[in-house]
Write a protein that binds this ligand. Structure first.
Ligand code: HEM
Length: 346
């Protein structure tokens, strides 16, 4: 056998082994082809993960999303937020979807999530359709990532190539949810610290906060700004006056805690860059929104200004930061499981 034949034969053997092992275990790859992301390496996430095991995965996700969002445009926002609240608590492992059961203290009960996160029925519907089409194949953590991307696109925002192959946790962390999801009255240094803890920087913080271009918040999350921002019974001085009076009518000093107001009142269901324009005008809804501009950090100020001026730039960075957030400590390879029902472990 000459040299050329030997090399060809060796390549055929490797290709065969790779294909066989990938079939036997979908997480298997030889680490070729620039897959990776933060997790990198052998069992890293990669966009073609379901290429042979469930090629129609994105079509199924998007078809359910289309119906759900047509029925209620806010659903896009709620699903985008679910992925964020999943990733910030023990990584993107669908821990946020687990209901209470023996050994599981559901994250749904945590302060940031209680009476707040939603969209579980839509995730259930996607999961049911996927279990029909490709049984026991697509993880709930990947469904959350796909639903977040699909929701962004269907609301008019950017698309991106999404690394897949996350597996689902067999645990949840109620304390993790209480401690790792930033509260709405955070100062800018606090926000930076929360994001740093997840391996995300200030660019990610500002771009991802742009997720607040869609959806709403409850009065209880911004009431402090209207009546007692600094413990002196005064409103937040950075609030635009007209906006402030409008908010007071939705959110009285006492009661009305569950009344809602859009995070971007100019285009609450459209994924665009008005969120950043509003911040420049003192019309950001949460303290955590406005401090990106008023928090005396030249970097975040410059980013808010740039995204307000250039929607394309915002879209490009949002997409990059979403991939980065989606890569937070995923379970891959033989870790975790693919749940049959997203609400409970197998
Ligand atoms: C920077 C730190 C953040 C803070 C302090 C924060 C806080 C909040 C709060 C308090 C609400 C309203 C919840 C309620 O009233 O029940 C909310 C809603 C929302 N958040 Fe954030 N958030 C942050 C980052 C993010 C990120 C990174 C994303 C996604 C990329 C995101 C997406 C959303 C969306 C889409 C909604 C609206 C949800 C709906 O209408 O159901 N947020 N956020």
């Amino acid at each position: 056998m000459d040299f050329f034949c030997r090399v060809t034969l060796a390549l055929m053997v490797i290709t065969f082994l790779s294909a066989t092992l990938s079939q036997a275990h979908p997480g298997f790859n030889f680490g070729w082809g620039g897959h990776g992301g933060i997790s990198g390496g052998y069992f890293g996430l990669f966009p073609e993960f379901y290429q042979s095991s469930c090629p129609q995965v994105d079509d199924i996700v998007v078809s359910v999303l289309e119906k759900a969002i047509a029925k209620e445009p806010r659903m896009a926002a709620s699903l985008l937020r679910l992925h964020f609240h999943d990733c910030f608590v023990q990584g993107c492992d669908a821990s946020v979807l687990l209901d209470d059961s023996t050994g599981i203290a559901s994250e749904k009960r945590s302060v940031p999530n209680r009476n707040s996160i939603r969209g579980f029925e839509v995730i259930d519907e996607i999961k049911a359709k996927l279990e029909e089409a490709c049984p026991h194949t697509v993880s709930c953590a990947d469904i959350l990532a796909l639903a977040a991307r699909g929701s962004t696109v269907l609301s008019g925002g950017p698309n991106w190539v999404l690394p897949l192959g996350r597996r689902d946790s067999r645990s949840a962390s109620l304390s993790g949810a209480n401690n790792n999801i930033p509260p709405p009255n955070s100062t800018l240094p606090n926000l930076v610290t929360f994001f740093k803890r997840q391996g995300l920087d200030e660019v990610d913080l500002v771009a991802l906060s742009g997720g607040h271009t869609i959806g709403v918040a409850r009065c209880t999350t911004f009431k402090q700004r209207l009546y007692n921002q600094n413990g002196n019974n005064q409103p937040d001085a950075s609030l635009d006056k007209t906006y402030y009076y409008g908010l007071k009518s939705v959110c009285p000093r006492s009661g009305g805690d569950n009344n809602i107001s859009p995070l971007d009142f100019a285009s609450p269901a459209r994924f665009d860059n008005t969120y950043f324009k509003l911040i420049l005008w003192g019309k950001g809804l949460l303290t955590s929104d406005e401090v990106l501009w008023t928090g005396n950090d030249r970097r975040t100020m410059q980013l808010v200004k740039s995204y307000a001026e250039d929607e394309g730039l915002f879209f490009e960075q949002f997409a990059k930061s979403m991939v980065k957030m989606g890569n937070i400590r995923p379970l891959t390879g033989y870790n975790g499981e693919v749940r049959k029902n997203c609400r409970r472990i197998n």
